[in-house]
Design a protein. Structure first.
Length: 419
């Protein structure tokens, strides 16, 4: 049953290496530092795109682009991330997660500094977002490998919840940046501050325990034969869920302002939504540690609940019901965007032999869908309405739930065939 034990929560054997868990037990302080460093690196890799989504109203004024152009710009970020996902996953397995995390976090700082200093047109912004996507695709599998090797099995669900909470935390920071920076000293200062935080995150990543030569002398782990098809199905489900979430995060502020909220209130809604998503990921991760199995079923359930939130936003937007709009947005953030940590945890548990490679494969679906989500949302909103775009997100989230259940069934069938 090699490679699929995690369908029911059985932890696989950890291969030796710099991310190996100490059998004698690690100190609580060091374990917390490991989770914090992986989380900080993930925040660093996510800052750029969420700042663009939250600060779009102010950036559009100086860079001169419209709603559809915003969607295309954010989509280019996810296109870059999809292209880098599998190659960087293999690199992380080869040289170690800590090395890739540290270098990529410094690269994220450089990109954010460049956005703040030299982004003078929509074209320059798009180019920098593409590079930011490549950087993010390096951090994600590296951080997944790092946590899989250095976190105790009984705490991995919560650890992945913390790590994935970094993404809505970046969205929260983007929302807070609207009233505190963009409307006071200007949007460029927000990117400068993000660059400083990303550099600090890079410095917080622990040093490797083995030399590069020792690490590269070992064979690169790959997912077990026969699991690529289930991973591909899960990637499609992951992608549909991300399709919905990226449309929401890229346009929640723009849509809210269009539907009557002030820029400050819309930014605060994005920040509150990010906070709800953080809580959702942490609670889902803690429950995964106690549950012990059926993690993909839990993911599908959260996506189905999230689809109700997207539908409520669609009705609130179309019928000019701000209260329903806000409540639906918070439900979409909490459930419709709170499942990612459990999903990555489930993929790692089902592929303990090659966690970085396995999650890099599923990330391709998410990244490609991330490329399509914002531009599709923007086009639908521009040609029809924001309500229609939110309804499309709801349908995508519901479809994601169904496909992820099918992917889990494929993993179970593979395990049964090997029994």
């Amino acid at each position: 049953m090699h490679g699929v034990h995690g369908v029911h929560g059985v932890h696989g054997v950890t291969p030796p290496g710099e991310e190996q868990l100490d059998p004698a037990g690690r100190g609580r302080r060091q374990a917390l530092h490991d989770v914090a460093s992986a989380t900080a690196a993930t925040v660093a890799g996510s800052f750029t795109v969420f700042l663009v989504g939250s600060l779009a109203v102010q950036m559009r004024g100086s860079l001169h682009f419209g709603t559809a152009a915003l969607g295309l710009a954010v989509s280019v970020y996810y296109l870059g991330a999809s292209l880098g996902s599998v190659p960087f996953g293999r690199l992380a397995e080869s040289v170690g997660g800590v090395r890739v995390m540290r270098i990529a976090a410094f690269a994220a700082a450089a990109v954010q500094l460049l956005v703040g200093l030299v982004a003078s047109s929509w074209g320059v912004l798009v180019g920098l977002l593409f590079v930011a996507g490549l950087v993010s695709s390096a951090i994600q599998p590296a951080a997944n490998l790092f946590l899989a090797r250095r976190t105790p099995p009984g705490r991995q669900g919560l650890a992945f919840g913390f790590k994935q909470a970094a993404v809505p935390f970046a969205a929260l920071c983007g929302g807070v940046a609207v009233p505190t920076l963009a409307l006071t000293v200007g949007w460029r200062w927000a990117f400068g501050l993000a660059a400083c935080l990303a550099a600090a995150a890079a410095l917080a990543v622990p040093r490797p325990r083995t030399s590069l030569a020792e690490r590269r002398s070992r064979p690169v782990s790959t997912p077990a034969p026969g699991t690529l098809r289930p991973l591909a199905i899960l990637a499609v489900g992951f992608g549909l869920g991300v399709f919905a979430a990226t449309g929401m995060t890229a346009f929640i502020v723009t849509s809210a302002v269009h539907d009557g909220l002030s820029s400050s209130s819309a930014g605060l809604l994005a920040a509150l939504g990010g906070a709800v998503a953080i809580v959702g990921r942490l609670v889902a991760g803690a429950r995964a540690d106690r549950r012990g199995g059926a993690h993909f079923v839990a993911v599908a359930t959260m996506l189905a609940v999230g689809s109700v939130g997207y539908a409520a936003v669609a009705v609130g937007s179309a019928a000019a019901l701000p209260g329903l709009y806000v409540l639906g947005a918070l439900l979409a953030y909490g459930a419709g965007w709170g499942w990612n940590g459990v999903f990555n945890f489930a993929v790692v548990r089902s592929h303990p032999d090659a966690p970085a490679r396995a999650t890099s494969i599923t990330q391709v679906g998410g990244r490609l869908a991330g490329a399509l989500g914002p531009v599709t949302f923007g086009l639908v909103a521009a040609h029809w309405s924001f309500g229609a775009a939110w309804a499309l997100d709801g349908a995508a989230a519901l479809g994601a739930a169904l496909v992820i259940v099918a992917g889990r069934a494929a993993l179970v069938r593979h395990r049964s065939a090997l029994a």
